[in-house]
Write a protein that binds this ligand. Structure first.
Ligand SMILES: NC(=O)c1ccc[n+]([C@@H]2O[C@H](COP(=O)([O-])OP(=O)(O)OC[C@H]3O[C@@H](n4cnc5c(N)ncnc54)[C@H](O)[C@@H]3O)[C@@H](O)[C@H]2O)c1
Length: 332
């Protein structure tokens, strides 16, 4: 019987020992080219034949482009599993994979702590409106020519968490420690135990009720521009918006307008609609805290994500099943 192949798209940065140990189970390969055109050609020319599992990184999208229908349809018939190193897997067209009988996994849980930490950092930074004073200090102007705007305490404020999954629930715990009242909206209402004291609200009620709104939803066709002009108009004047999920969950143009009108007082963002391009209206606005997609950027989390993804590859090779299959395919 021919040995199965595992194709690595991107780099292993931390979990080298675990990755190398997979060579006991399969032949580990890499693409020869580093352009989308080259990769598609290698697939069409049969050079990827025999690949059973693909391990892909978030950054590998820079050369393969999205794992869209065009790309998925040229993968060799032997491919049965795509293991994506990331919690958000919007780079992969899961429906196209399902149609071809390919199972997809992601790395949930491993990301929760560090992303929720950044989320809390952005909540605090946006509430305290720290960007103006941080900028003036670095420009050698201490607090600036005029006093920076006064911030607000998290204590007693209502935090609306939209998407109460792994990160949302982790954030809830952290925000409670800062004295915040938590309401959430989720596709499915959670058990009392999972909600952990957070109150369930309808989508619109959450928008009307919250002093701070945190977006923790996956990006898909249903959630793209979930927050746009109409939704901003339902929110309290002076609301704070924080997004560590995916940029396109918010209509960025509508956010810029809501910030400019003052309806949204401040925002804390880790993610953008068209990364690495940032809307000039966000860059220009002094009330926005901006991070370049740093949610999981710690040694511990990057290592845990790689280990989790490798475990998925191992499980696919040994048992024919993935450990953390994406929700869309869980019941498929
Ligand atoms: N900034 C970063 O570095 C970073 C790191 C990790 C994850 N993320 C992003 O955060 C997102 C959330 O991650 P997670 O691990 O908590 O995911 P998760 O799957 O555990 O949680 C997402 C939650 O959103 C809910 N949901 C989905 N669609 C919904 C809808 N239309 N309305 C209401 N609720 C809906 C789901 O039921 C689930 O509870 C990821 O999809 C990813 O895009 C970003």
């Amino acid at each position: 019987m021919k040995r199965a192949k595992v194709l690595l798209l991107g780099e292993i940065e931390h979990a080298h020992e675990s990755w190398n140990s997979l060579s006991n189970l399969a032949t580990l390969t890499n693409p020869k080219t580093h352009t989308r055109t080259g990769f598609l050609k290698e697939c069409k020319d049969g050079e990827m034949d025999g690949v059973l599992v693909i391990y892909r990184t978030f950054a590998s999208v820079e050369f393969t482009g999205r794992f869209d229908e065009e790309l998925i349809n040229v993968l060799p018939a032997t491919v049965r599993f795509i293991c994506h190193n990331g919690a958000g897997y919007d780079q992969v067209d899961v429906n196209a994979c399902t149609r071809r009988g390919i199972k997809v996994s992601n790395t949930p849980s491993a990301v929760n702590d560090s992303t929720a930490d950044m989320n809390m950092f952005l909540i605090l930074g946006a509430l305290r409106r720290l960007n103006t004073s941080m900028t003036s200090l670095r420009a050698g102007k201490w607090r600036g020519n005029v006093a920076p705007p006064l911030g607000h305490n998290p204590e007693g404020k209502t935090l609306g968490i939209l998407g109460m999954g792994g990160i949302g629930r982790n954030l809830r715990e952290k925000a409670v420690a800062f004295g915040m009242r938590i309401v959430y909206h989720n596709r499915n209402r959670l058990s009392e135990e999972l909600a952990g004291g957070a109150e369930y609200a309808s989508f619109e009620h959450l928008l009307r009720l919250s002093d701070v709104i945190s977006l923790n939803l996956p990006l898909n066709n249903e959630t793209r521009h979930k927050i746009s002009t109409r939704e901003f108009s339902l929110m309290k004047k002076g609301v704070v918006i924080v997004n560590t999920a995916r940029g396109a969950v918010i209509d960025e143009g509508a956010l810029v307008q809501a910030l400019e009108s003052g309806h949204v007082a401040s925002a804390g963002l880790d993610v953008y609609e068209d990364e690495p391009i940032i809307h000039p209206g966000l860059l220009a606005n002094p009330h926005v805290m901006l991070l370049p997609h740093m949610g999981t950027w710690t040694v511990e989390t990057q290592t845990a994500m790689e280990e989790c993804n490798i475990e998925n590859v191992r499980s696919a090779l040994e048992t024919g099943c993935l450990k953390s299959i994406v929700p869309e395919q869980t019941h498929a």
